[in-house]
Design a protein around this ligand. Structure first.
Ligand code: ATP
Ligand code: MG
Ligand code: MG
Ligand code: MG
Length: 481
């Protein structure tokens, strides 16, 4: 008999004389009640075992984690909470799970413990919910852009460019083979290695994306991105997924509108498609909050927070205005921040970003017009800036609990200005000649942004550590997979 998903059984229109479900045992109570989960929903279906007519041998093997197949009638459940349960007629153990050894027993595990068992943690309710929400959000990303007529472009994973100029790259080399060119002392000459030049894993698909936007009009990338982050934070991964739209003839304001509309769309989509998973995550968070002192508890529950983002415009604030707010917020040098911003021109740290969002504006914030010297080379210089205080048409979107979620800009479309900037920064024109063609042939105003997919998932699921929203977290020192 073909099995039916637990989700479908729980939403069945009527009782049914015979159904089959396959899944994994979450708990087995009183030698009678199996809570069965098959991953299709956060909810387990209760399967009532006829223990008097079932061999002890079998009963003993119904343990947490075991894979089972149950066949029987779908009947109305007398217990609270669920409409239906399965009255088990036949039960088959498909795969045993030794209770002494299976680490994911039904109890509250610490996040650290779960991270150490990343391949098994998906067997818990919380991770099942997070992974379903993540999957729905990635579909929403495509759905938004496809509905708007954007072309999905796969930019290269192996590249020769460092778009961000931050030097956080992983080098790519082929293993030496017999005819690999070697230096005189016998070492592999990587410069003349496999590709004939140094290559790295992509830190951003933007530069390549721009070349396509300047022909297809509006494009987006959504792919794996790699950065050799040298610090261990709860917001950075060495391998993450980035969404990067790029649009010809859009200026910075259009770019901010696009980012805001996009974020609201995907959050709304998740709320519509994952109500039960999000409700579960919310109640889990509320439980956690109870153990915190009042002052540290968040003011809004998860669903309320998501709804707030949908209903309120993001506050748009210039960098210069933000700096004066931050200065004013530390009267008499009272130590509110570890790092005090005194000067215009300094880069904001995440503590400042979070102060602006969480304490000052109390809503998502778009900071724009940053000092040119703290941003990447390709950003459009503002026309009206004072010498020494040049700003660029950049924007960062800051979210409560997270800080930066989006970084974007209008791109410098003027060939001469761009070349000048590259020279000043020592960026090799030859290397980026292909990129400069976008400015040589039919250059035009264009803009785009990068959104870290995991930071979005963090926000939507209410999680606080980025390692907990990606299936297989890759961070400095982690080498399990
Ligand atoms: P941060 O200041 O947090 O290090 P960034 O300014 O270096 O971020 P950008 O180059 O602007 O990042 O990249 C665009 C977006 O990609 C960021 O806004 C963020 O959402 C995401 N992102 C950047 N680095 C990481 C990372 N190591 N892990 C996960 N997401 C990241
Ligand atoms: Mg960074
Ligand atoms: Mg940043
Ligand atoms: Mg940034």
């Amino acid at each position: 008999m073909k099995h039916t998903k637990v989700k479908e059984l729980l939403n069945s229109a009527s009782t049914l004389p015979e159904v089959n479900a396959k899944g994994w045992v979450r708990t087995f109570r009183n030698n009678q009640f199996i809570a069965l989960n098959d991953g299709s929903t956060i909810n387990n279906i209760q399967c009532v075992v006829d223990f008097e007519n079932t061999a002890d041998e079998i009963l003993k093997r119904i343990t947490t984690g075991a894979a089972v197949s149950v066949t029987g009638a779908l009947v109305e459940s007398k217990g609270a909470g669920q409409k239906y349960e399965i009255q088990v007629a036949t039960l088959e153990i498909l795969g045993d799970s030794d209770p002494e050894k299976f680490p994911m027993q039904p109890k509250k595990h610490s996040m650290e413990f779960l991270r150490e068992n990343a391949h098994l943690r998906v067997r818990t309710n919380a991770f099942g919910a997070i992974m379903r929400v993540r999957s729905v959000l990635s579909f929403a990303v495509h759905s938004y852009f496809q509905e708007k007529g954007f072309v999905y472009v796969n930019t290269p994973i192996i590249t020769g460019s460092d778009a961000e100029g931050a030097g956080e790259m992983f080098k790519v080399t082929a293993l030496p083979f017999d005819n690999t060119p070697r230096t005189e002392d016998g070492k592999v000459n990587y410069k003349e290695d496999f590709f004939g030049k140094e290559t790295n894993l992509t830190v951003s698909g933007q530069l390549e994306g721009e070349t396509f936007a300047m022909a297809l009009g509006q494009i987006y990338t959504f792919g794996p991105t790699f950065r050799a982050e040298n610090s261990n934070t709860s917001r950075h991964l060495a391998e993450f997924w980035m969404i990067e739209p790029e649009v010809a003839f859009n200026d910075l304001n259009d770019n901010m509108d696009l980012a805001e509309e996009f974020i609201q769309y995907v959050i709304k989509y998740a709320l519509e498609k994952c109500p039960e998973d999000l409700k579960f995550l919310e109640s889990r968070l509320l439980d956690e909050e109870k153990s915190k002192p009042q002052a540290e508890r968040s003011e809004m529950a998860l669903l309320e927070k998501l709804d707030f983002v949908l209903k309120n415009n993001f506050k748009r604030v210039s960098y210069t205005e933000a700096i004066s707010i931050l200065r004013d917020s530390t009267p008499n040098k009272k130590k509110k921040f570890n790092y005090i911003i005194n000067e215009w021109g300094a880069d904001l740290q995440s503590e400042h970003e979070r102060y602006l969002v969480e304490k000052h504006f109390k809503c998502p914030v778009i900071l724009f017009d940053y000092p040119a010297n703290i941003k990447a080379f390709y950003m459009r210089l503002n026309d009206d800036t004072e010498p020494g205080k040049e700003t660029v048409r950049a924007m960062d979107i800051l979210f409560p609990g997270i800080g930066e979620i989006v970084g974007g800009s209008q791109r410098e479309e003027r060939y001469d200005v761009l070349i000048e900037k590259m020279k000043a920064l020592g960026i090799d024109e030859e290397e980026l000649s292909w990129y400069l063609d976008t400015r040589r042939f039919g250059s035009a105003v264009h803009s785009g942004f990068g959104l870290g997919f995991e930071r979005l998932v963090l926000f939507v699921t209410g999680m606080t550590n980025i390692r907990d929203v990606i299936p297989f977290p890759r961070t400095p020192g982690s080498a399990e997979f």
